[in-house]
Write a protein that binds this ligand. Structure first.
Ligand code: ADP
Ligand code: MG
Length: 376
């Protein structure tokens, strides 16, 4: 297929911070951007040429997006996979509706990861109340996760006993879930792959991710693991993209267990919070890769230019009911880059922005990043 070149119009489903950073990358390269998002204050709208304000399942709006854009992508997995398939009848769409469908359902996702020959935590798929009447010992203590619509630790309940698991399942209203064994994590890492075709893919350096309350707090790059293990995570990400015949940017989250083995946690069919460090520290960033992949251009080089730490800025930092944090020190730090998403309302747990700190080593960057966060 011929490459799509500037100044073509590119479309994105969803106008949150990921859509916003996608729009910046696309506009910088000379493309034009249309965002479909129902929210009039969608963060991406500020950088888009056009904002179609409509629900994601609005058929007329989807047709309008398809017919006015040379290619369409998405910034979140909870968009209806059927909407992606619908769009694909009229324009170039990546990732495919089938790939999005896999990523938005934990049951399909885990089955598919295992099918690709990669390990997940031991899990039980629970589609109806009969499914949870079996011996649950292999999955306990565990985490009950809703199969759909979970993010940032939402839709998850930690359970110790079979009785607790069954009660939690009932509490979630009987919706499809997975019960996953709680693993003893040494740490968590992620690898983000950009794939245009079998011959054309590139994997970013592996990030070490520290979560707080189920939400990403810090990413440290390079991850403080053996280089051979990092390489293995990159190869696993590449293998998953290959097995799915994936086109676009695919993020893969891993657990590193005590014995230095890797387990795939989950995947996201889009750029990922743990890849925001690439905005500062890589030759090509993950949003530029998204643009390149959807346009059929070769992925750019992913070399790490410097050790880097990314720190998320959640709404919790906006103390005293919406008062802006003290940006002065952070904004002026010569080796830090501040990114704010332009969201009007700061709420606890809401992703409002992030900053990247570059230094001679990951440990030094981490110390400086934490000190900078303390100034807010
Ligand atoms: P989300 O979609 O909300 O990111 P995840 O499945 O990635 O959901 O879970 C969020 C976090 O919870 C993980 O990053 C990890 O810290 C912890 N967690 C999830 N599953 C397990 C598990 N099986 N064992 C140990 N910790 C887990
Ligand atoms: Mg996760």
């Amino acid at each position: 297929m011929a490459a799509i070149l500037p100044p073509a119009m590119l479309g994105i489903l969803g106008g949150g911070q990921l859509g916003r950073m996608f729009a910046v990358a696309a506009k910088t390269m000379g493309y034009r951007v249309t965002v479909l998002d129902p929210d009039e204050n969608a963060p991406a709208a500020a950088f888009a040429d056009r904002h179609i304000r409509a629900p994601y399942n609005d058929q007329a709006a989807l047709r309008e997006l398809a017919d006015s854009c040379a290619a369409v992508t998405t910034e979140f997995e909870n968009v209806n996979a059927d909407a992606m398939r619908e769009l694909a009848r009229r324009t170039r769409v990546s990732p495919s509706g089938d790939c999005v469908a896999v990523a938005q359902d934990r049951i399909a996702e885990k089955a598919w990861i295992n099918k690709a020959g990669l390990p997940t935590a031991p899990y039980l798929a629970i589609e109806s109340v009969e499914d949870i009447q079996v011996d649950l010992a292999p999955y306990l203590p565990g985490i009950l996760k809703t199969a759909r619509l979970g993010y940032d630790g939402k839709g998850q309940v930690r359970v110790q006993t079979a009785a607790e698991a069954r009660a939690a399942y009932a509490n979630l209203g009987g919706q499809a879930c997975v019960l996953e064994k709680m693993l003893d994590l040494q740490l968590e890492v992620s690898a983000i792959v950009t794939r245009v075709s079998s011959a054309q893919s590139a994997v970013f350096p592996v990030a070490e991710n520290i979560h707080k309350n189920g939400i990403l707090d810090e990413s440290i790059v390079p991850a403080r693991i053996a280089p051979a293990l990092a390489k293995q995570a990159q190869e696993m990400a590449r293998k998953l993209a290959e097995a799915l015949d994936y086109v676009g940017v695919l993020a893969v989250e891993f657990f590193v267990l005590a014995d230095d083995s890797l387990v795939v946690n989950e995947i996201a069919p889009r750029p990922h919070n743990s890849g925001h460090y690439t905005l500062t520290a890589c030759l090509t960033d993950q949003f530029q890769q998204q643009v390149r992949a959807m346009c059929g251009l070769l992925p750019g080089r992913t070399d790490l230019l410097s050790p880097v730490v990314m720190v998320n800025l959640l709404g919790d930092v906006w103390k005293d009911n919406g008062h802006e944090p003290n940006w002065d020190v952070l904004a002026e730090a010569p080796n830090a880059q501040l990114h704010l998403y332009g969201k009007k309302q700061a709420r606890p747990g809401r992703k409002m922005g992030h900053f990247n700190v570059m230094a001679a080593s990951a440990d030094e960057a981490l110390d400086q990043a934490r000190a900078l966060k303390d100034t807010l």
